[in-house]
Design a protein around this ligand. Sequence first.
Ligand code: UDP
Ligand code: MG
Length: 312
Amino acid sequence: MDLSLIIPLYNEADSLPELKAWIDRTLKDFTYEIWFVDDGSTDGSWNVIQQMAGADVHGIRFRRNYGKSAALYEGFAAASGDIVVTLDADLQDSPEEIPEMVRMIREEGYDLVSGWKQHRKDNALTKNLPSKLYNWTARKVTGIKLHDMNCGIKAYRREVVKSIEVYGEMHRYIPYLAKNAGFDKIGEKRVHHQKRKYGKSKFGIDRFVNGLLDLMSLWFLSRFGGKPMHFFGTSGILMFLVGLVMTVWIIVAKLVYQAHDLKFRAVTDQPLFYLALLSVILGVMLFLAGFLGELVSRNATERNHYQVKERF
Ligand code: UDP
Ligand code: MG
């Protein structure tokens, strides 16, 4: 099987037949299977999928809505094609981009090719502008030079999707997950973007706040996931040292003033005293967080999971 197409969908009944026909028209030269993952739709999408069922058209139906990441996770688990392609169900992503993406993986050796929406047909203020900002931040943090990290259409070598675990709302950062799993040949292809024809967008402006938080989490996990003490311990030592220096300063100053019989403010009247107190306490708390983090990561089942590329 050349391709597995994974299509996560939530209430996209109107788009599905057109999408299926478009795929069949476009991918004549490939052998492929389609996995529709119905993420708890309530608009009859599942009936539409059932009507399209065939040898190479499969469906997975969630009992309730879990989110796009969950749908992709199940799709990735089921996929058996050499190359796995994800595609939004709303006809905004064009299947006509797929052959070129496949070629890039096969011939140019990419592990992952992500779409880059040209002339984006979404609301400029609520989507396009924040999206630019968000992608800039993501580029800085992840070190992956993608213009459109969260594009719905992407193609992967099968090993990639079998080596990563998408969860929560991490579908926005699959290239980062892939990079952290050691797949660093990540490319992008400019793709056409269509206006949404049926139904409405499932994500609001809150995506950017959540997206940023997830980015921070992933950054932390990829750098310190296996060694939380290195993060908390370092900041703890710094805090503690700052507090210590201030404390010593306060004591020495007091002794010097006393020795010379000078007038001296009570220690508890000095702002520095409270700053010193705060720093020392914060330092100790950071250390505590570090120890707790170590206990948690020691219990993680994947603490010794590595991506072995080859062995003989
Ligand atoms: N989607 C999903 N579960 C959800 C939300 C969205 O499977 O909880 C699917 C949706 O049906 C579509 C894709 O994810 O196929 C992208 O969603 P949408 O088009 O709403 O995102 P946008 O294009 O606005 O970024
Ligand atoms: Mg869409």
